[in-house]
Design a protein around this ligand. Sequence first.
Ligand code: NIG
Ligand code: FE
Length: 408
Amino acid sequence: MKLTGPFSQILTLSGIPLKGAVKDEQLEIITDGGIVTADGKIIKTGSFEKLRNEFPNAEIEEIKGKNVLLPGFIDSHTHICFGGKRAKDFAMRLNGKTYLEIAESGGGIWSSVTNTRNETEEQLFQSTFERAERLIKNGITTIEIKSGYGLSPEHEIKILKVINRVKDQSKATIVPTFLGAHMKPRDFEGTNLEYLQLLVNEVFPIIKSENLAKRIDIFTEKSAFSIEESRAYLQKAKENGFEITVHADQFTPGASVMAVEFGAMSADHLEFSDENDIRALSGSDTVATALPGASIGLGMQYAPARKLLDSGACLAIASDWNPGSAPMGDLLTQASILATFEKLSMAEVLSGITFRSAKALNLTDRGVLEIGKKADFISFPTDDFRDIIYNQGQLKPNQVWKRGVQIS
Ligand code: NIG
Ligand code: FE
């Protein structure tokens, strides 16, 4: 058993509802706090001095200076397993070309597929692992990683295996997601539905038998898969026992309504969600995930985060780190910027990157500093939690713990 502290402030994130708007006053703040952990779990949080008396045999992990402790961040949507880069696409966008025009002229997702296919498993493993390391340094202790730059049974399986190797070796929790349905590959001669059928017939059984992922994602969009095509695929995913998440409403509305109908864990993007989408998400258990990194990367509007929260939705925020639309890969910076444009409280931002994004991954064992939860937490070198969002990502965590052990 170990007692870590004292911390100037501990933000437990405890007691905040899973859904809807949150005021900063709802944040539970323990001053001069400590946290007791054992076997990777939280035993208790409270006043450091009181805990020292209550647990006289606990080993003391002393914290020096000003520090604010909070749950490790959870990035519930990334595409960090990829080869190459897309700086050329970015330059074209700055010259006025749209994301879709660039895709049509040979850039876009397909160029990343070519680059990813050309890399060996070892190369892909190294670059993905290094990106995960960077996320850990930034306080992210649980990372979702999607496939989706292979787009053939062979290459998608290869990528899922790489992600699982990262899962085995990273100090963070890695959650793999199958996104074979990112777009129909250019070298597939057949319809969208035939490609999706191929994934169902040839990839689903391997994912299941080799336990490569529990979650299925699809890019539902005019330029990728229509709502009708997505429905057929998601029905099969459900029948196969997978959890569902959807790339929804990035450029056109309607996919969130569908995601909710299928009981998706989350609908992500939402830049173009309309009133029907917002109503459906708010009235459901599907987490509404904003991806401000894609808005910043593409120079597009943000997801209607304020409206979603005020209508009662569970709002998570994730980085969408990928080589195309969201190359920055800095969740805290992006979430802080989303907050200024959408007028989110600091409590809403912090909830969106902790227990609410945990919910998007169907994880209820983390994201709050409560008894029995995973001892994943991070500290920032300040005595005022507001400095974290105020510095818009430039104040970095100085310590990161995973299952009670300091990893950064
Ligand atoms: O979430 N929208 C689809 N997929 C990714 C982008 C992928 C890419 O541009 O390479 C996204 O933004
Ligand atoms: Fe994405």
